[in-house]
Design a protein around this ligand. Sequence first.
Ligand code: 5GP
Ligand code: MN
Length: 335
Amino acid sequence: MQPITNIFTLLKVPKTTVIVMHQKPDADAMGSSLGLYHLLQAMDYPVTVISPTNWADWLKWMKGADKVIDYELNTARANEALEKAAWIFCLDFNTLMRTRKMAAPIASSPAVRILIDHHQQPQEEMFAYGISDTSKSSTSEMIFDFIMASGNGDKIHEDIAECLYAGVMTDTGSFRFSSATASVHRMVAGLKDTGLDHSKIHENLFDNFLENRLRFTGHALLNRLEVFYEYNTALICIPWKDLVKFQIRTGDTEGLVNFPLTIQGIKFAALIIDRDEEIKCSFRSKGGFDVNRFARQYFEGGGHINAAGGRSSETLEQTAQRFRASLKENALQLQ
Ligand code: 5GP
Ligand code: MN
């Protein structure tokens, strides 16, 4: 993988481009992709954004979100765009596996693949150019850096600012994580100078749910939470029947895993959900407990030190049992 700076001179000539993000995109994946989309459009690129799966309704306010192709819904149109592409930007994921059914067509495409990402252990051999920097708060911050370093800062307008702000704000936990560095705050100041109304973005993202989601959260915290004080750990297990009962949709469980960390002393939180097609796990920690390592070791996943995900092909109860057993093996690190 050559450094991303090597494409700066190539950028001037518009190329047919596809931008891809990880499956079930969050605000950073969608925000960074649409931020780059708006920039490339301003540079006269024919550009298509593809998501491997659907995404949460609360991301639909982003300018350009209505143009994003859902690969599962419009596979033929998406494959056509992939076949025509000279460049494919891969944003906010480290391995092609994170694009699910798109992994094979991306891997076999003759297009130049370019990675911009902040997850650990990227699949560097799959990319011609790229930047992988785990010290970065978000891929949205990296897109901002990319725009500035390539000499395109003058093209940042309000639509780009809104998308990038959504990504950096959510990936830093509203600027509370240590990844919210001075340069992150300087970036936000720059975005504010374009006219960004940041309060509107917070409302769009956090005050935009249906009643059932709030009631589901209450139910999960009251009835599905287990606390293991001896391991400073908490676990929430959600059976499929709960998702049906509360009519839970994509994105509705986002953020639930963070609640147990508000309990005094709790340093490690896990959320295990039976999504019917698979068991999905989310892990969060405070301090030194490395959930990226934990997710890789036990749950076929990965991510960052304090936020990671994974999956399991066992039943919900077997997965929960394996999680409980894993705590004993990690007792020392969890003290
Ligand atoms: P979440 O729990 O919100 O799904 O994911 C937390 C973080 O871990 C995100 O940065 C996400 O991209 C990453 N992540 C989630 N699942 C996986 C996975 O299966 N593999 C890897 N490498 N990263 C994951
Ligand atoms: Mn991210």
